[in-house]
Structure formats: C-alpha cells, structure tokens
Design a protein. Structure first.
Length: 117
C-alpha cells in the first residue's frame, strides 16, 4: 500500500494534458474588492414594506426589482419578514423578484442568541 502511494506521489506531478488548448483569460470586469450593496426588504406584521428603509408599495417594489435585475453585478435581495407574516405574502414577493429577473435572494433570521444576522 505504501509503495503504491509513493509511486502515485512521484508520477502525479509528471502527468500533463496531451492536447494543448489555448484557454481564454477570464475578465469579468468586476473588481474583487468591489462592495455591492444588497437590497434590504423589511416586511412588518401589518404587511407594510420598506426597501432600504424607505416605504414602498407593490408597484414600486416591482419597479425597483426590474432596475436591480439589470445591474451587473446584480445585488442580493435580503428579505427580513416578521415571523407572523403569512407565507403567501412572501411567495408573492419572491414571484415578483423572479419575474423581474432577480437571481440572488436571501432571508434574514435571528440566531440562537436572538441577535439578528
């Protein structure tokens, strides 16, 4: 077993691809250290919605989703919903975000200690 391991360790670095391919260089046009601000959507128990701390209605929210969906890179939608909100409300918002082309969606929750994430 040890002999096989030693043989593998010696021959593995010598292995190379037989077919040479000139691969393209990746240039996403995005700086690695560039900070993309997420969309923070808060939904209160009464159903009122706040996008980045500004009150919005459903039509305004759809418009903001459409604007954010065409940005490159696309910001993440972070949803903070009251624990007593009905699921159909969240489902409707997710449906609107998907229809607008939003790809990155996250849900904010509290941890075990009760602190927000």
């Amino acid at each position: 077993m040890l002999v096989l391991l030693i043989i593998f360790m010696i021959t593995a670095p010598l292995m190379s691809h037989r077919i040479r391919v000139d691969l393209p260089k990746a240039d996403p046009g995005i700086k690695i250290d560039e900070k993309i601000e997420p969309l923070d959507l808060a939904i209160k128990e009464d159903g009122s919605m706040y996008l980045n701390d500004n009150p919005v209605n459903e039509a305004e929210l759809k418009a903001q989703f459409a604007v954010a969906a065409v940005k490159t890179p696309q910001p993440e939608l972070q949803i903070r919903a009251d624990k007593n909100i009905e699921y159909k409300t969240i489902w409707g918002i997710l449906s609107d975000a998907k229809s607008a082309g939003m790809v990155h969606v996250g849900f904010m929750t509290t941890g075990k200690s009760g602190e927000g994430r």
